[in-house]
Design a protein around this ligand. Structure first.
Ligand code: S3P
Length: 375
């Protein structure tokens, strides 16, 4: 039977909503809980497949973890209490789990193998293997990819100059440095999300970031103490609604209790630079900063983003492309080559899909150019 469906243009999006918990913080809370002493309680945990891969991997190494919806309890085993898993750890599509666990497991006194799905198995892993090897780690890969075989051993404190702007790589090095025989220094190319540093300090470690925001010193062998962690709403999930509210005329949308860590709020900065209407109401939270964000529709202007702008908006760049498509001029995004090695080649995907919507977008090796006037 044929049915006729009629759509009408919307007059605006109105309302307020909450988004699920932050993915990055959910992964990290589980890991730190497992290597602490005492119980860690995680509220507003994100029970998505990626974070559940971390949860299952930690259980496979002897950690007692119970979950009821978005509340998780982790009974810590201490920094030296994990046990060898009986089989390879299957991490699905979780790049964050894989890279952070590589750093954590490199210093444990047992061997592990990390495996993943087809997509994860094509993503670059030498970026964690090589700097960890300089700390004394014994890690082998197949052509730079999973499976990753980790022969756990004593690591050495070093100074590492990173070569990619990646919070996953930085976090792997920090987790390895906790287990080293001397302090370590990690120098980033650009500041990236600092959830590992903040959480570790809350658990009792000494991880100090210098005033340049990219030199991090980690003291080894701390005693970590389990904590109560409240995970803020995920900025990367809120970003879809903030973008929709900006571009659908007549909209006003409030996103509640969203994480406002400045290393993650690049989309808000970009929106403000484009002339978007963004109001932030900070709320008190003992851990990561969070607050309510209200966006109303606005006429947007083009924006130019370069490498220094990218880390704080790395996962929201597809939405920046949509915003740019409605702007009254040409927007240029460069220095974003990392997008090519995410779950998909996000530069190619953005360009292919947005062209289907009639958007004038040109692909560049490290970004894209969008002419909002021709859309
Ligand atoms: C993440 C860091 C980013 C981000 C990913 C989560 C993290 O990856 O794209 O979704 O939790 O550390 P890179 O470190 O590869 O930039």
């Amino acid at each position: 039977m044929k049915k006729n469906l009629m759509t009408r243009p919307m007059s605006g999006l109105q309302g307020s909503l909450t988004v699920p918990g932050d993915k990055s913080i959910s992964h990290r809370s589980l890991m730190l809980g497992a290597i602490s002493t005492g119980v860690t309680t995680i509220s507003n945990f994100l029970p998505a497949a990626d974070c559940l891969s971390t949860l299952t991997a930690l259980q496979a190494m002897g950690t007692q973890i119970t979950r009821q919806a978005t509340t998780v309890q982790v009974v810590g085993r201490g920094l030296h209490g994990l046990t060898a898993p009986s089989q390879p750890l299957q991490l699905g599509n979780a790049g964050t789990a894989t890279r952070l666990l590589a750093g954590l497991l490199a210093g444990q006194p047992f061997d592990t193998t990390l495996i993943g799905d087809d997509s994860l198995s094509q993503r670059p892993m030498a970026r964690v293997q090589q700097p960890l090897q300089k700390m004394g780690a014994d890690i082998s890969l197949t052509d730079g990819h999973l499976p990753m075989h980790i022969h756990g051993r004593q690591l050495h404190g070093t100074t590492t100059q990173m070569t990619v702007a990646s919070a996953q790589v930085k976090s792997a090095l920090i987790l390895a440095a906790l287990q080293a025989d001397a302090p370590s220094t990690i120098i980033e190319t650009l500041p990236t999300r600092d959830h590992t540093e903040r959480l570790l300090n809350a658990f009792g470690a000494s991880v100090v970031t210098a005033s340049d925001q990219r030199t991090i010193t980690v003291q080894p062998q701390p005693h970590l103490q389990g904590q109560a962690v409240t995970v803020p709403g995920d900025m990367s999930a809120a970003a879809f609604f903030l973008t929709a509210a900006s571009i659908v005329p007549g909209s006003k949308v409030t996103l509640k209790r969203v994480g406002l860590n400045p290393t993650r709020t690049g989309l808000l900065t970009v929106l403000q630079r484009m002339g978007g209407h963004v109001t932030i109401e900070p709320l008190t939270n003992p851990g990561e900063p969070l607050g309510n964000i209200t966006v109303t529709a606005a006429k947007l202007h083009p924006v130019t983003l370069t490498a220094a702008d990218i880390p704080a908006v790395i996962d929201e760049l597809p939405l920046v492309a949509l915003l740019a498509a409605t702007a009254d001029g040409v927007s240029t995004i460069s220095g974003a080559g990392e997008l090519r090695v995410k779950e998909t080649d996000r530069i190619a995907t953005i360009c292919t899909e947005l062209r289907k919507l009639g958007i004038a977008i040109e692909e560049r090796p490290d970004g894209f150019v969008i002419d909002g006037r021709r859309t």
